[in-house]
Design a protein around this ligand. Sequence first.
Ligand SMILES: [Zn+2]
Length: 257
Amino acid sequence: MQYILINILILFSICSCSEISKKDEAQNNKNPNISASDTITQDTVLPNYPDISKEYLLGKINPENDSMFVEIPSKYCIMRKEYIHKDVLEPFIMMYEAAEKDGIRLGIVSAHRTFETQKWLWNQRYYNSSNPAGVAKVVLNYLAMPGTSRHHWGTEVDLMSTKLNFYETSQGESSYQWLIDHAAEFGFYQVYNAGRLYGYNEEKWHWSYMPVAKEFLKQYGEKITYEDISGFNGCETAKELMIIENYVFGIDTLLLK
Ligand SMILES: [Zn+2]
C-alpha cells in the first residue's frame, strides 16, 4: 500500500529527468577509487567518506544543491527526476547496461528520498490509535520511519516495480534472477532479502550499493540516537520498536560482517 502512495506521490511529480549530457555527467562522476575491472565484493568499502554529517544520514539535505549527489539521467528513471550519490551513478549505469544486453530493463522507481518525502509517505499511512507501536509495526512492513531509511543516503535504488505481483510474472522472475546472478558484480546487494529475523519484509526491488552504503551504515550506528528520530507522527514508538537495531541494521546478516 505504501508503494501505491509512493506512486501517487510520483504522479504528482513532473517527470522531468533531463536527457542533457548524461554521458558527460557519468564520465565526470567517474569514481577514481573503483574501475570497471575491479572485483567488487560485499567487503569492498570506498575510503573517501571520513565524516558523514548527521543531517545527511537523516535525509535532511537537499540533493539538488548538495555536492554529494547527482541527477540520474532520465533514460534510467521510470517515473520522475531522481538523485543518487555521485559514486553510485556509474556503477548503476554499468549494471543497467549489462542487464540491457541480456534483455533486462532495470529502470529506477525510486532512489534518494529526503526526510520530508519519507515523512509525507509515513504520515499518510500512520494513524493515531490506542496501540501506536502496533500501527507503526504494520507500516514498517515495507516503509521506513523518516530519518531511518537507507534511501536518505543516495546509495539505494528501487528497481522496476515495487508491486509484489510483478515478481510473480515471467518478466519479474527473470529480472530478479538476473539481479541475483549479477548485481554483486557491480556492487549492488539485496539488503532486505528473505529469511531475516528482524526488519522490513522482503523487498526484491530494493538494491544497495554496498561499497558506499556499508560505510554510511557504520557511521549511522555511531552517530544517530533515538533523540534524532523525531518530527513525525508516531516517532515516540521508535525506541520501543528498536528501529535502529531491528530495522536500520535489520539487513542481510552476510552484509553486516
Ligand atoms: Zn527501497
